[in-house]
Design a protein around this ligand. Structure first.
Ligand SMILES: Cc1cc2nc3c(=O)[nH]c(=O)nc-3n(C[C@H](O)[C@H](O)[C@H](O)COP(=O)(O)OP(=O)(O)OC[C@H]3O[C@@H](n4cnc5c(N)ncnc54)[C@H](O)[C@@H]3O)c2cc1C
Length: 450
């Protein structure tokens, strides 16, 4: 029997794990991944990549190493023709491609959920991709450099004011890690010793990290406030103009950094696929992760509303740990279907949650036990290490952490990384002179002219 063709849209956490698990079904299925990148980003370590405690390259995992038996098409899916069973792909270079499929997995993930705030799109950075993490790191380091040469005291204060919007895991961890970076960098900027740094975390909710529950959320709040981070809760960003932000209570805050981490929504292509979606635009799937009424189509991860037999009545939250378990079940169900075996419903009971707060502090809930402080931080790091795919990546991250114990942080601002200066045009050719008579004197290379 010829192998069935399976196309996976998105080689993020969910898609790459589906391909990885289907490696065992290589003879029965020909798996093709479509993604504009050839790596999977391990987002839980993104805040550490931004602050420099982990080398950014070490928090991405090459897809070709993770899913060795799958083909990778480097490009963006642009449309799916469900009646012809084809995917339209725009490769990163070259002509558009058409990929045929027998089965399709949609794992397109999510994008930041922005709000209609004047100036937001023009002046805020996101924090979801490795490019954004590196950009933010460079930007923050650049503000220190600019502040160190700014003549005006108000301008120095503005350059060292950092505003984050969104008090979930991404916002809290990113802010805590970057505050650490600026704190540690301070000793190399003696001229800025007396300039106050201001860090503000804005959220429309009444508390930060609501997923962690009362006591741990309260602990995280105390830790951040003790470090001087201003929490502006029950408050919204009202406007941004590139030199300041205005909050919903009317306060205008001069600042040079605005980071938006206020939630996600499914990838925009999801809405154009013609699949059933729920009220939050996530693809509806049944307990086997199949899209109802669309034979051969499956979905998972942040782009889907996945029912979980272990938590009846609610769908999974958008996290790596859920995407990973969904991927394992989905891969097994696809393989079972190909082999004519019964499918099994998806069931996963979450083991815990964890977040780092910088400065060797963290919070975690493991099997109902609450951990905080140093032990919470240690558990969070250990858990991420365990979850990070590939032994080689784990070892690289451990070596980064070990080096970080003994040496100061790297403060190089590599803002031009990835956009090198263009080549210089050829030097003007001097006007030709008539040949000088031969003298037999040595040339500049010490070799006598012929
Ligand atoms: C800063 C941050 C920190 C986080 N921390 C944690 C944490 O500590 N623990 C946790 O469990 N979860 C965490 N998460 C959530 C976690 O990252 C997501 O739940 C997880 O990545 C979802 O996996 P996914 O495959 O659905 O989406 P993604 O991993 O986002 O993958 C989607 C993929 O689709 C690709 N794609 C996009 N457009 C196209 C296209 N047109 N064609 C083809 N491919 C396309 C993208 O390149 C990407 O590779 C964090 C998220 C962020 C942003």
């Amino acid at each position: 029997m010829a192998a069935q063709r399976l196309v996976i849209l998105g080689a993020g956490f969910a898609g790459s794990y589906v391909a990885h698990y289907l490696g065992r079904a290589a003879g029965r299925l020909r798996v093709t991944l479509v993604d504009p990148h050839n790596y999977t980003l391990y987002t839980p370590l993104l805040p550490e990549a931004a602050s420099g405690t982990v080398e950014p390259r070490h928090v991405v995992v090459p897809v070709r190493q993770m899913a060795r038996r799958a083909e990778l098409v480097l490009g963006r899916a642009t449309a799916v023709d469900q009646s012809a069973r084809t995917v339209h792909v725009q490769p990163v270079a070259g002509e558009p491609l058409l990929l045929d499929y027998d089965q399709l997995v949609v794992a397109l993930g999510a994008v930041p959920r922005t709000a209609p705030v004047p100036g937001l799109l023009e002046h805020a950075s996101g924090f979801k991709t490795i490019a954004e993490a590196i950009h933010l790191r460079n930007h923050v380091l650049q503000q220190l450099e600019l502040a160190s040469i700014a003549g005006d005291a108000d301008e120095r204060r503005r350059l060292l004011t950092f505003v984050f919007v969104g008090g979930g895991y991404a916002g809290v961890e990113a802010m805590a890690e970057l505050e650490d970076l600026v704190h540690d960098a301070g000793r190399y900027y003696p001229g800025l010793r007396d300039v106050p740094r201001r860090w503000l975390l804005v959220d429309v909710a009444e508390r930060i990290l609501p997923e962690l529950g009362g006591p741990l959320g309260a602990y995280a709040t105390r830790q951040l406030e003790r470090r001087g981070i201003e929490l502006r809760l029950a408050t919204q960003l009202a406007a941004a103009d590139g030199r300041s932000v205005t909050l919903s209570d009317g306060e205008r805050i001069p600042c040079a950094t605005l980071v938006w981490t206020a939630g996600v929504r499914p990838h925009p292509l999801v809405g154009a696929l013609g699949l059933p979606v729920d009220d939050r635009s996530r693809i509806v799937v049944d307990e086997y992760l199949r899209v109802p009424g669309r034979p051969g189509v499956w979905a998972l991860g942040d782009a889907a509303a996945v029912p979980n037999a272990a938590t009846p009545g609610s769908v999974d939250p958008p996290t790596c740990q859920h995407a990973l378990r969904q991927a394992r079940r989905l891969a097994r169900n696809i393989d079972a279907g190909v082999r004519g075996r019964p499918l099994r419903p998806y069931r996963y009971r979450m083991l815990g949650q964890a977040a780092t707060l910088g400065r060797h502090k963290g919070v975690a809930i493991v099997l109902g036990v609450r951990l905080r402080g140093w032990i919470g931080w240690w558990f969070t790091r250990t858990y991420h290490l365990y979850q990070l795919p590939l032994l080689s990546r784990k070892l690289r991250v451990v070596s980064d952490w070990t080096v970080g114990l003994f040496f100061p942080r790297d403060l190089a601002e590599l803002g031009t990384l990835g956009s090198p200066e263009p080549l210089e045009p050829p030097a003007a050719v001097p006007a030709r002179r008539s040949r000088a008579p031969r003298t037999g004197r040595p040339s500049s290379r010490g070799i006598a002219d012929e």
